[in-house]
Design a protein around this ligand. Structure first.
Ligand SMILES: NC(=O)c1ccc[n+]([C@@H]2O[C@H](COP(=O)([O-])OP(=O)(O)OC[C@H]3O[C@@H](n4cnc5c(N)ncnc54)[C@H](O)[C@@H]3O)[C@@H](O)[C@H]2O)c1
Length: 256
């Protein structure tokens, strides 16, 4: 453990979408917070580099290639974590895509299906197999990545907003279903975070970047580590009475 507060001391944790952005920052932060092992699941092989950073931060690391929209891959991924490390204390279901930008009447069915498959079905599939493991071992904590776009409307993102509102619903439902089994289920809902996803959306347009920054009362984008810190707290025993909560990490964006 390096420079952390030991929030996740000795825990075995899993991060999906751990090859980039928020997931990458989370994998490294979880190791700094004392996790015994961090599994990184992603379709992007750069997750292997993140595994190296996790080891440097003092935890055992495992990169698993997994498409979260495919049930068989998700089942195998959770099974491998349990086989390698003996249990799964915390899961951060964070993998997601931005999808196409188009208004509702212009949105293509193919784009809709892909966004829903990864951002909504993917979160459910991960929870399904993580919950089975956590039930078998007698407890655990899950954090899903929602979005402020899952709390309000967002022009040009009908599938993304529908998926993220769905993530909030899944979070609340699973929290109720498994509270008595010692499993807490929460979500983080970020505002605009400086990640490759946002860079893609901005497309190198400085005016658009300035407009996004102005949306944020704090006057800047979040750094991925600021979202990872919220996820670490929700996965830790420090939040032991928090479940079914969607924690907004948006610099005040949605309260204006
Ligand atoms: N960046 C933001 O401003 C912002 C705001 C709100 C919510 N979010 C959410 O945060 C999460 C992380 O986003 P990010 O900004 O770090 O983006 P990112 O593109 O940097 O990282 C996303 C990661 O998910 C992986 N991924 C994509 N599809 C996958 C699949 N089918 N199976 C497994 N892995 C897959 C990608 O390979 C990538 O490594 C997403 O759920 C996103 O919707 C981001």
């Amino acid at each position: 453990m390096k420079d952390g507060h030991g929030l996740l001391r000795d825990k075995v944790v899993l991060v999906t979408g751990g090859a980039s952005g928020i997931g990458r920052a989370a994998a490294v932060l979880f190791a700094r917070e004392g996790a015994r092992a961090v599994a990184i699941a992603d379709v992007d092989e750069r997750g292997k580099d993140v595994a190296g950073q996790v080891e440097e931060a003092g935890a055992a690391a495992l990169f698993l290639r997994c498409d979260v929209s495919r049930a068989r891959e998700v089942e195998a991924m959770v099974g491998e974590v349990a086989a390698r490390f003996g249990r799964l204390d915390g899961a951060f279901n964070n993998a997601g895509i931005e999808g196409a930008t188009a208004r509702t009447a212009d949105y293509e069915e193919e784009d809709w299906d892909r966004v829903i498959a990864i951002n909504l079905k993917g979160v459910w599939l991960c929870m399904k197999y993580e919950l089975r493991q956590m039930l078998a071992q007698g407890g655990g904590a899950i954090v899903n990545t929602g979005s402020v776009a899952g709390m309000v409307g967002w022009r040009g993102a009908p599938a993304y907003t529908a998926a993220k509102q769905g993530v909030a619903a899944l979070t609340r439902t699973a929290a109720l279903e498994y509270a008595r089994a010692g499993i807490r289920v929460n979500a983080v809902c970020p505002g605009v975070v400086r990640t490759p996803m946002v860079e893609r959306v901005l497309g190198g347009d400085p005016e658009l970047a300035a407009r996004f920054s102005r949306l944020e009362p704090l006057g800047r984008f979040a750094e991925p580590e600021e979202v990872a810190a919220a996820a670490a707290w929700l996965l830790s025993d420090a939040s032991s009475f928090v479940t079914g909560h969607c924690l907004v990490v948006d610099g005040g964006l949605t309260v204006q």
